[in-house]
Design a protein around this ligand. Structure first.
Ligand code: PEP
Ligand code: MN
Length: 346
């Protein structure tokens, strides 16, 4: 069984000059034969006055990359003019950035401009963790008739982002793969990490979770980059990162593999059945308690009891090696559902 070849999207955050674009591509070609070369030419910056991209002047530089190095080229679009300029120039793929995905008006404008056009489009997740906004943007592009769509997980703004620049939500990336098995999900390890030292860890996690590609920003001289200088790596550093990753296979050729995995999965399935049955029984008891509390005029939420249950679970969980965040998530889900069951009867 051969290892899966992920989609590689490499190139600078922004196209800054013809020389910077071409020398980055030339250096990348030394290490990688087949990549999609990226460079932003219209840059959505948080505050005015920062470098906002070179605009249409940079389109021929990307076309040169395609002609001289044989890479497909892509850039970010945020409105009709951008789409039209890219189509006219012969850009191979487009992406919609996180600040655009949040706005259905903008996404619809792009979708309208793409009506009847055959070009692959990648949709980054919105800035904040709203799955439906991400899905909705993909659906708008799909409705315009675009066949090749991928989703890019670039992390989310979070009240406490550390250690990441944008917090990864792997569950959401997995949800996208589950809901849309035909849509590749690419991990933007650069915008999640924010610093080069985190990129290998984020990229490896993406491979372990069977994500379909990696986006990593690459600049010929990261320290003088006009945008995202802190997170970009040189093509040679990128090569080291990629060579250091452990690429996974979808399954194993080892004759014992299937048998061993099935035996373990049978045990897991049996335990899952017990868990679901126990939760069902627990919720029935919660309903009985709810009815009784109602008869007696007692509140559904009981602070002391909840504090006692929580402590017991955390202690017990710790003794079994279960992490406090996991116990917190599990308990919150059980408690929320339990309260809902009790309230329905009132
Ligand atoms: C980018 O890819 O350079 C970019 C602006 O990313 P995002 O939309 O994810 O912030
Ligand atoms: Mn960037």
């Amino acid at each position: 069984m051969t290892k899966k070849q992920p989609i590689f999207i490499f190139g600078p955050c922004s196209a800054e000059s013809e020389e910077q674009v071409i020398s980055t591509a030339r250096e990348l070609k030394k290490y990688f034969d087949k990549i999609i070369f990226r460079a932003g030419i219209w840059k959505p910056r948080t505050r005015p006055g920062n470098f906002e991209g070179m605009g249409t002047e940079a389109l021929p530089w990307l076309v040169r990359v395609k002609e001289e190095f044989g890479f497909e080229v892509c850039t970010e679009v945020a409105n009709t003019d951008h789409v039209e300029a890219c189509l006219k120039a012969g850009i191979d793929q487009l992406w919609i950035g996180a600040r655009t995905t949040v706005n259905p008006f903008s996404v619809q404008e792009i979708a309208d401009a793409l009506q009847g056009v055959d070009i692959p489009v990648m949709v980054k997740n919105p800035i904040h963790p709203d799955f439906n906004l991400w899905l909705g943007a993909i659906e708008r592009i799909e409705k315009a008739g675009i066949k090749e769509i991928s989703a890019i997980h670039r992390g989310f703004h979070h009240y406490d982002n550390a250690p990441y620049r944008n917090y990864p939500d792997w569950d959401m990336a997995i949800k996208m793969k589950t809901m849309r098995p035909h849509t590749p999900v690419i991990c933007d390890a650069s915008h999640i990490s924010g610093i080069p030292s985190l990129i290998p860890h984020v990229a490896q996690k993406a491979l372990n979770l069977d994500m379909d590609g990696l986006l990593i920003e690459t600049h010929i001289q990261p320290e003088v980059a006009l945008s995202d200088a802190k997170q970009q790596v040189t093509p040679s550093q990128l090569n080291d990162i990629i060579r250091g990753l452990d690429f996974k296979k979808p399954t194993s050729d080892n004759p014992d593999y299937t048998e061993k995995i099935s035996a373990l999965r049978t045990q897991i399935d049996a335990l899952d059945e017990q868990i679901i049955e126990s939760i069902g029984k627990r919720m029935n008891l919660a309903e009985d308690i709810g009815k009784y509390k109602h008869e007696q005029g007692v509140t559904v939420f009981q602070q002391q009891r909840w504090a006692f249950v929580r402590q017991r679970y955390f202690d017990w969980g710790a003794s079994l090696g279960l992490s406090p965040p996991f116990i917190e998530t599990l308990l919150t889900a059980l408690h929320d559902e339990s309260i809902l069951k009790q309230e329905i009867e009132e």
